[in-house]
Structures are given as structure tokens and as C-alpha cells.
Design a protein around this ligand. Structure first.
Ligand code: ADP
Length: 264
């Protein structure tokens, strides 16, 4: 099985609200279709919330502790975030369907709960059923009910990590807008040096975190999720999905510039 994560930074313009990068989306959809046709492996797609989910999550401080008197407002925030990410998901699915990929949207908020912001209850049976029928399940970063903090944001990276761990995925590709992990944010530092492989948290402890608006931890959060996965013997790679053909190649197991996350 292959799991592909499409970063919010690739399909949306993170600096302006609710803007899809249509040409990127089309190109990525055609790359997915190409590799889907050339492979007999099952495929799951996870995407980020990008400029759809993050602004309302920030406005209502979803994920921050709150008092019960503010619960109504928080619930409105929850509803807004969920509604926004659903809109993005619908645009992505529309493009994938147009390219002939039989996708089925599975919103995490409709069946996942968390404990202290970590996925706790996640019934994978429906996903397995769709996979066995030849569908491509599409999940995304979403809001969920949390038994500790009531409302939590679950990143697409956490969703990917959970699915990969329990469905024993053998290829995990994360497409973002940089070619993996660098010693510094490559967007703001010309002297950033590329890191080919990350084996432990020690390798990234000196990193500054993402400068993008992101309540889910940016690059550092992503690598932590993937190291967690690596503990289960599952390696993954972060690649630059802006590079034409990179997703198609990575999905087919070919070598692509990026960072591999694995334990030694
Ligand atoms: P996505 O939305 O694709 O999941 P994020 O925006 O959460 O990705 O994280 C990717 C961003 O992290 C990049 O655009 C980059 O600017 C930023 N970033 C910050 N620090 C680093 C680093 N040390 N190495 C690579 N990227 C970094």
C-alpha cells in the first residue's frame, strides 16, 4: 500500500485565505493518475488544510485550552474549520475524479476522536473495505472531538502516521513545497543545507520551526510524526511536489530528491 500526503502548502496559497493553486492541483492529479495506472498497489491520499483550515483555527484558537463559558464560540470555530477543510477536500476530490481516480472522501471529524490531541479512536475497517473495492480513500487534516481538551486539530501528518502504522503501508511519500528537511528554513535562508536522511530527533533538534502560519507544527511537527512511524520500522520520504514529475516518480518507487526519515 502507498500513502501519499499532499501538503497544504502545495495545493493552496497559504498567504491568502481559501485560494487553491489550480495548476498545481491539476498537475499533481495527473501525476497520481499516471502512477495509479502503472501500479497494482492500494493508494490512500491525505491532504493538509492549507489556507482553508488554518485561518479559522487561528481565529478561534482551536487547540488552545479554553473555559466552558467560551464553549459555544469554540463550537462555532470547530464548525467553521470543518466546513472550510471540507470545501478544500471537495475541490481536490473533484480534480482527482476528473482525472479518473475513484476517490472516496473520508472526513476525520466524522469518525475519529482524540485524547490530548492524539488520535485515540479511529476505525480503519471502512477504509480497508473501500481499498479492497479498488477505491482511493482521501483523508485530511481536520478538527475532532477530544476527551481531554474537547476540541483538537488533527494534522494531515498525524492522520498519515496513524493510518501507515495500522495498515502497514510500505511506501509513504509526503509532497511539500521544499525538497525535504534542511538545516534551516530554505525559504528564508540561502545557506540552508539539505539533510538527506533523518534518523533521530537529535538530527533535527537545532531546527527553527516553520515560519508559515500553521497550528500543526510545520516541518518539525511533520518529522516528529514520521520518526514515530520509523520506530515501527516504517520509513518515509519528504519530497518537493513542486518539482514536475516528482510525485509520479516517488509513487512508483523511483529515486527523487528529498529527505528520507528512517531509524538506523
Ligand atoms: P505542508 O503544508 O506542505 O504540509 P508545512 O508548511 O507544514 O508543509 O511545512 C513545510 C514548510 O516548512 C516549508 O515551506 C518551509 O518553508 C518550512 N520549513 C521551516 N523550517 C524548515 C526546515 N528546516 N527545512 C525544511 N522546511 C522548513
Amino acid at each position: 500500500m502507498i500513502i501519499l500526503k499532499i501538503g497544504g502548502s502545495i495545493i493552496t496559497n497559504k498567504d491568502s485565505q481559501r485560494e487553491v493553486d489550480t495548476s498545481s492541483l491539476k498537475r499533481i492529479a495527473s501525476e497520481i493518475k499516471r502512477s495509479f495506472d502503472n501500479s497494482s498497489k492500494e493508494l490512500i491520499i491525505v491532504h493538509g488544510a492549507g489556507s482553508f483550515g488554518h485561518p479559522p483555527a487561528k481565529k478561534y484558537q482551536i487547540g488552545q485550552p479554553f473555559e466552558m463559558k467560551d464553549y459555544l464560540e469554540k463550537r462555532i470555530g470547530f464548525a467553521e474549520v470543518q466546513n472550510e477543510v471540507k470545501k478544500l477536500n471537495s475541490i481536490i476530490c473533484e480534480s482527482l475524479i476528473e482525472h479518473g481516480i475513484p476517490v472516496i472522501a473520508i472526513p476525520p471529524s466524522s469518525f475519529i476522536t482524540s485524547h490530548n490531541k492524539r488520535i485515540y479512536d479511529f476505525d480503519l475497517n471502512l477504509i480497508k473495505t473501500y481499498l479492497s473495492e479498488g477505491f482511493v480513500p482521501v483523508l485530511f487534516g481536520d478538527v475532532v472531538i477530544d476527551d481531554e481538551v474537547k476540541i483538537a486539530v488533527i494534522s494531515g501528518d498525524q492522520v498519515l502516521q496513524y493510518i501507515a502504522k495500522f495498515l502497514k503501508s510500505d511506501r509513504i511519500v509526503l509532497g511539500t513545497d521544499v525538497a525535504g528537511v534542511y538545516t534551516k528554513n530554505p525559504k528564508t535562508h540561502d545557506d540552508a543545507v539539505h539533510i538527506d536522511e533523518v534518523n533521530s530527533i537529535e538530527d533535527i533538534k537545532f531546527l527553527e520551526s516553520t515560519t508559515n502560519v500553521d497550528v500543526t507544527g510545520g516541518m518539525v511537527g511533520k518529522v516528529k510524526e514520521l520518526l514515530d512511524l520509523a520506530d515501527y520500522g516504517i520509513s518515509s520520504e519528504i519530497i518537493n511536489a513542486n518539482e514536475e514529475g516528482a510525485i509520479a516518480k516517488a509513487l512508483q518507487g523511483m529515486k527523487v530528491n528529498g529527505t528520507k526519515i528512517c531509524r538506523k
